[in-house]
Design a protein around this ligand. Structure first.
Ligand SMILES: Nc1ncnc2c1ncn2[C@@H]1O[C@H](COP(=O)(O)OP(=O)(O)O)[C@@H](O)[C@H]1O
Ligand SMILES: [Mg+2]
Length: 499
């Protein structure tokens, strides 16, 4: 349900204490004010600096005043005594929720509010509800603004500036939706600042502002510290081999269009790429974004767990929420087994945090309806939690093996061209044969190492140099033979070959 409707309904159904997680205080206050107006209730706001203030008044009731109401306990007592019908929005209360008297007062208040037409709304940027209040408090997240809201904001700004005669805005009707969409994922405040900047820097609203807003957004998402944002970089042309995987992806390139939903198809959920190290899993993950023209968001688990702000679970939810808002996008989790391998022991080692963070990720994957395509990679199966491999999570699990002869030829060609060489100037047949058992990464390394040698001797690199480099290297397929065999054995029945 839409957030405003849900909050309205909760208040009408007399939920006494509602905890709203949001970093957008002003927007949340406006929502509360609209609801208060519609329900003909007084609206009061509390913050630790201003105390309790009356914002909207429909009838008699509490007329707060006095410095002592800056104390949370005193403010809660005043609310308890209030005889009117009112909504109280409290801004900094979460900072006092480890204070015994405040928690006590809230519990007393709960009993009183239940039998009244008064509602307490706690606004907080993170979920932090003490265990002995969990039953009393209804928790709700305010989602980021949707397209509709952003369009309205941009139109308002454009209208104001145009009336001032300060800016030129042509084709507003066609541009506004695109620019608004580019801002999805931002808070209303952030979007407002970005829109103003976009218009102010050249006194017009034009095509180039779409990219400008995207660039600004990238910086803002980056600053959240939870996701890394890349504009689409690689494309599938840079990936050698993996034809089955490429085919699968091409077949789904159009599946994110709204027409596909009308056709009766769900949006693709995502892929797990599992297999031998250095064979292009990470590269392919990046290329998916590039080939579909989606931004790539990297979900880096060390940031989720390591961030100083918010709990790990909240961070995970927030990151997923941002991804949802930025969609269509590719959400990429590299080497997923590294983070989620400790789940079974999580109860003992970290009080279950890893397990809960993993749980919220799984739930999100399961229920996901938006156009976030999730690509996860893994280098080993033994440490991948079995829940991830179950049907309904990823659309498909692809096994990425060492490249076969045809693929090695493609990889050689790609990397020679990337180093400004014409591939047909080399004996590709010999190189292909000699590189058997080498991964894509190792083939790339051999080419580079040959080029360093040749450059040092001030001459052009030749087939012989590369052959020699291949000769000198011991590929992982030799040192890790048993691991690779085990991986293949596992994948035989459980994953689809990428080749
Ligand atoms: N199939 C491939 N085609 C082209 N280059 C490859 C391929 N596989 C590996 N490489 C090269 O090796 C590098 C490392 O590969 P990567 O994608 O990180 O492997 P993985 O994630 O499977 O361990 C890539 O950036 C790319 O330069
Ligand atoms: Mg990798």
């Amino acid at each position: 349900m839409d957030f405003v409707k849900e909050l309205d309904l909760l208040i009408r159904s007399r939920y006494p204490v509602i905890y709203v997680r949001t970093s957008e205080e002003e927007r949340a206050c406006n929502v509360a004010a609209n609801i208060a107006r519609a329900q003909k209730k007084n609206l009061l706001q509390w913050s630790s600096t201003e105390g309790l203030r009356l914002v909207e008044s429909f009838h008699g009731g509490l007329m707060p005043g006095g410095d002592e109401l800056r104390q949370p306990v005193a403010a809660l007592e005043a609310i308890l005594q209030d005889t009117g019908r009112a909504i109280y929005v409290m801004k900094d209360l979460h900072a006092f929720l480890d204070d015994r008297p405040t928690v006590r007062k809230l519990r007393d208040l709960y009993q009183n509010l239940k039998r009244s037409y008064k509602t307490l709304i706690i606004l907080a940027p993170a979920k932090k509800i003490p265990p002995d209040l969990e039953k009393e408090v209804y928790f709700l997240r305010m989602p980021l603004p949707d397209t509709e809201m952003l369009r309205k904001l941009l139109l308002d700004i454009a209208r104001t500036l145009r009336q001032d005669g300060r800016v030129q805005i042509a084709h507003a009707d066609t541009l506004v939706p695109h620019i608004a969409d580019a801002a999805l994922g931002l808070t209303l405040d952030e979007a407002e600042r970005v829109f103003f900047k976009a218009i102010a820097r050249d006194a017009t609203l034009s095509e180039v502002d779409i990219q400008y807003v995207r660039d600004e957004k990238r910086q803002i998402v980056q600053k959240s510290g939870l996701l890394e944002y890349y504009e689409a970089v690689e494309d599938l042309g840079k990936v050698g081999g993996l034809n089955q995987l490429k085919h699968w992806l091409r077949r789904r390139a159009r599946a994110f269009e709204p027409q596909a939903r009308e056709y009766g198809l769900p949006a693709p959920k995502g892929l797990l790429l599992l297999g031998v190290q250095g064979c292009g899993k990470t590269l392919a993950a990046k290329a998916v974004a590039g080939s579909w023209g989606f931004p790539l968001l990297r979900l880096d688990m060390s940031r989720i767990f390591g961030s100083l702000i918010g709990s790990s679970e909240e961070n995970m939810r927030h990151a997923l929420e941002m991804a949802d808002a930025v969609s269509p996008c590719v959400l990429w989790i590299d080497e997923i087994e590294k983070t989620f391998s400790g789940i079974e022991s999580s109860g003992m080692s970290d009080a279950g945090t890893t397990a809960r963070v993993f749980g919220s990720f799984l739930t999100w994957m399961q229920d996901k309806k938006g156009s976030v395509f999730c690509v996860a990679t893994a280098n080993s199966v033994s440490r991948v939690p079995p829940e991830l491999l179950r049907k309904g999570r990823f659309d498909e699990i692809f096994f990425v093996d060492l490249p076969n002869a045809e693929e090695r030829r493609e990889i050689l060609t790609i990397h020679l061209q990337r180093r400004r060489r014409k591939a047909d100037a080399f004996d590709l047949a010999a190189l292909t044969a000699r590189s058997e058992g080498f991964s894509g990464a190792e083939i790339e390394q051999a080419i580079l190492s040959a080029m360093y040698d040749a450059y040092d001797e001030s001459r052009e690199v030749s087939t012989r140099d590369i052959l020699r480099a291949l000769e000198a290297a011991v590929p992982l397929s030799v040192t890790m033979r048993e691991d690779i065999e085990a991986l293949r054995e596992w994948a035989k029945h459980r994953a689809r070959p990428a080749t």
